[in-house]
Design a protein around this ligand. Structure first.
Ligand code: LLP
Length: 463
């Protein structure tokens, strides 16, 4: 990414400190549609609106901090993914990015399937009426109880992650008298160009069964022998926030090679492959994500080409985007509490949330954008660090960004692209109350996950 330590233009300090910040936008009042949800804009008074409602009104009604999710944008993204992959493929939304009963209903209505990775996610999916056969169950250490609930509910597939799990799921399926559809998660040895913590297909990590050393082939051998399992295919997920299709290309090639080996050894053509999720989104104006139709075309071409070369029938493809669907649809709204200029360094802007509602900056050094949303301003840009209210100096929401120099306590600022892995990774650190998620559509706002209360905290603390 091109970064400038000393961007041109007027600043509140003559010399800017070293940092990973981009030059401020020419107009700090502008909202880059790449990073904001589709219905976000400014109204005639300069107040930002989403779904036709002013953020000032939303703050009054629902409080801050809060996540506001643009339901039309969510549905449009589901529609785009569904349409791009067509009837011969399946799109499983990765529930770990953000899951609630309303989300499950939207997915159902928009024709998407759902990937869950815990008993809690499974319970949410079933409670909201997602047909079990459209649910995939993932995880590197599913408990017996979770497996039993998944098999008992009739989930469409369980993605097996270890040799022990192959046996475990087979036994449970036998006991329940069913034949469970399964895929085997393989690690293809691709190191995706992303943060080390979220790259998952290199071999030295906890997920999947390595293709290397014939381990995945051995897993297939064992799964095919067990009556309780119907092996439908192979699964690969190579990481997250990936822009470059090269990693998917290698992954698809290696997965297809395994299918060819399976055909040669067992005379069985496994009918499905799942290429996982991991497609990147724009957190700042510098990110250039691919559109779903480009991704679908690229993946389809790779798989078709590799299958032709191996003389295999093209398997049904599935993908599991989480972030790419929900990430861009929401922003977090905060109220500015204190503004502390540090001479020659930067201005610290403290908001009423922080690492408890967005751990990604602290955990992955993630980059975010930020804008003043309760009004416009013609003041010059000042370099800011947006921080939370937690007792930890790493409590940073936006590391380096520009906001107008007249920013003051009481202003509302918003951080876009927080729909994925923010509420779902939120914590109660310092007994913070996790913020609500409010869905906004056509001038209507409704809470889909309510704000936690001190009563909620005390209810868990049994004294
Ligand atoms: N499928 C599997 C098997 C996965 O493990 C994941 C993400 C996905 C799909 C969805 O990936 P997505 O399209 O959302 O990138 N907490 C991290 C991300 C961890 C993702 C874990 N698995 C973050 O905040 O960036």
């Amino acid at each position: 990414m091109s970064r400038s330590a000393h961007p041109a233009g007027p600043r509140h300090a003559d010399v800017l400190p070293e940092g990973h910040y981009t030059a401020p936008a020419d107009d700090l009042n502008s909202l880059d549609p790449k990073v904001w949800a589709q219905t976000v804009g400014r109204d005639a008074d300069g107040v930002v609106t989403v779904g036709g409602i002013k953020v000032t009104q939303l703050a009054e009604e629902f409080g801050t901090p809060a996540y506001f999710l643009d339901e039309d944008d969510f549905r449009a993204r589901c529609h785009a993914w569904r349409g791009a992959f067509g009837a011969d493929a399946d799109v499983f939304y990765a529930g770990k990015a953000f899951l609630s009963r309303a989300v499950v209903r939207w997915l159902h209505e928009e024709g998407l399937n759902l990937d869950v990775c815990s008993g809690g996610e499974l319970a949410t999916a079933l409670a909201a009426g997602m047909p079990a056969d459209r649910i995939a169950f993932h995880g590197n250490n599913k408990t017996e109880d979770e497996i039993e609930r998944a098999v008992g509910a009739g989930v469409g597939r369980i993605v097996l992650d270890s040799f022990q799990e192959i046996v475990r799921v087979a036994h449970i399926a036998d006991r329940l008298g069913v034949r469970q559809r399964v895929q085997i998660r393989v690690t293809v040895g691709v190191e995706a160009h992303t943060h080390e913590f979220i790259a998952t297909a290199h071999e030295d990590q906890k997920f999947g069964i390595a293709l290397a050393g014939g381990q995945a082939a051995e897993a297939v051998r064992r799964a095919l022998r067990l009556d309780g399992l119907e092996l439908i295919g192979v699964h690969s997920h190579i990481g997250s926030q990936i822009f470059d299709m090269a990693g998917f290309e290698v992954s698809a090639r290696r997965v297809v090679q395994l299918l060819a080996e399976v055909r040669d050894e067992h005379g069985v053509e496994l009918p499905e492959i799942d290429l996982g999720g991991g497609l990147g989104i724009a957190y700042t104006s510098e990110d250039d994500p691919r559109e779903p139709h480009e991704i679908a075309k690229a993946l389809g071409e790779i798989v078709t080409r590799e299958c032709e070369a191996a003389n295999l029938r093209t398997p049904r493809i599935s993908v599991e985007p989480g972030r790419a669907i929900v990430g861009p649809t929401a922003f977090t709204l905060y109220e500015v509490g204190t503004v502390k200029p540090l001479e020659g360094l930067r201005t610290y802007v403290s908001v009423d949330g922080g690492m408890s509602d967005n751990i990604r900056t602290a955990l992955y050094d993630a980059e975010y954008s930020v804008a003043l949303v309760s009004r416009t301003s013609d003041a010059e840009p000042m370099l800011v660090r947006v921080v939370g209210k937690h007792c930890e100096s790493g409590d940073i929401v936006v590391k380096d960004a520009f906001l107008p120099a007249d920013l003051a306590p009481g202003d509302l600022i918003a951080v876009p692209a927080t729909g994925a892995y923010c509420r779902s990774m939120a914590s109660n650190y310092n007994h913070a109350l996790r913020p609500p998620v409010v869905a906004v559509r056509d001038g209507q706002a409704r809470v889909i996950v309510r704000r936690e209360t001190e009563e909620d905290l005390l209810r868990l603390d049994v004294g």
